[in-house]
Write a protein that binds this ligand. Structure first.
Ligand SMILES: [Zn+2]
Length: 331
């Protein structure tokens, strides 16, 4: 009796589990399908996405984001919150990499998205920008807050929007480290600190793409932006090849002012001797408000920014996925 009862039960269980299995398979197939669609249809960056980030970072409420101020603390929390929302993980035990900036406390914010390839994920690409600015500037028309919209709320926005993209698409085979630096304006202090720390931890760095001032288009150029240290590596050529556009060019003004040494790419280049360069669309000839209280959102061209980021993203995708490290320093 017991046995029969058990047989009956197990027969029913088999029927049930078959039905469950079929449901499960159907569910999984549907799941697969919708995942594929999502990945191939990752939303493009729109001008209002850039506008909303920059409007906050460059608002008077953040008082010009000088290192150690209440204003930059708000910017740091905002960046952390955005990383959390899209599940970009903290690279260290928290998102914050603390350092001493003269008599102040500085925080770089560092997020991490592991690559999808079991081998290539060991190699890291840094996507960076400084998020600090100079705080209070020389008073012009009763305004003393240097909002730093172009310098460098725009670069920060580029990093956050690129992070959003890869968090959704998961199309990076190499790992991506998103670094927002503080105390750049005090002499690249945040990036010097982080570069040395990562070197001491033997980070396997492939390359670094840093962003500065992307809020205004270049004037009368075929390319949308330039890379500092153009002749040092094949970064510009490779990005143009990967994107199938003439996106990145050379700037003689950048050479003249040695912009390669004037942003956060430089400490990374110094420590790692790898292609670590800054991409910018502002060579100081197309923007009159560098370190000026009028560097504000009304001067920013958000359509240009969105177009630029959308064109660049496939380049970073390819950069993260080539089987060998194609971007190299020139001998
Ligand atoms: Zn800057």
């Amino acid at each position: 009796m017991g046995e029969k009862h058990n047989d009956f039960l197990s027969l029913n269980q088999t029927k049930l589990s078959m039905r469950n299995l079929i449901t499960l398979i159907l569910f999984l197939c549907l799941g697969c399908k919708s995942t594929t669609v999502e990945v191939s249809e990752v939303k493009k960056v729109e001008s209002h996405d850039a506008r909303s980030i920059i409007s906050y970072l460059a608002s008077d409420e953040l008082s010009g984001r000088s290192t150690g101020s209440d204003g930059i603390e708000k910017a740091a929390s905002y960046i952390e919150k955005r990383f959390m929302e899209v599940e970009i993980k903290p690279y260290f035990s928290t998102y914050r990499d603390a350092f001493d900036a003269k008599d102040k406390k500085g925080f770089n914010i560092v997020g991490y998205l592991e690559g999808t390839d079991p081998n290539l994920k060991e190699e890291v690409i840094i996507i960076g920008a400084h998020y600090d600015h100079i705080g209070i500037g020389r008073i012009v028309d009763n305004d003393s807050i240097a909002n730093g919209a172009n310098d460098n709320a725009t670069g920060t926005a580029a990093v956050l929007l690129i992070a959003d993209h890869f968090a959704r698409s998961r199309s990076n085979k190499r790992s991506l480290l998103f670094a927002l630096f503080s105390a750049e304006e005090m002499g690249l202090l945040g990036s010097k600190h982080l570069a040395q720390k990562l070197k001491d931890q033997n980070l396997n760095l492939y390359t670094m793409v840093n962003f500065e001032m992307l809020g205004v288009p270049l004037i009368e150029k075929d390319h949308k932006a330039f890379v500092s240290g153009y002749d040092l590596s094949n970064m510009a050529q490779k990005l143009n090849e990967y994107t199938g556009t003439d996106l990145i060019g050379k700037s003689e003004v950048a050479v003249k002012y040695n912009l390669f040494k004037r942003s956060d790419n430089y400490p990374f280049y110094n420590v790692f001797k790898k292609p670590c360069q800054t991409i910018s669309s502002c060579d100081l000839t197309n923007f009159d408000f560098y370190h000026h209280v009028d560097d504000e959102i009304d001067k920013m061209d958000f359509n240009f920014m969105a177009d630029f980021i959308n064109e660049l993203i496939p380049g970073i995708e390819k950069m993260s996925s080539t089987t060998s490290k194609e971007i190299v320093m020139h001998e």
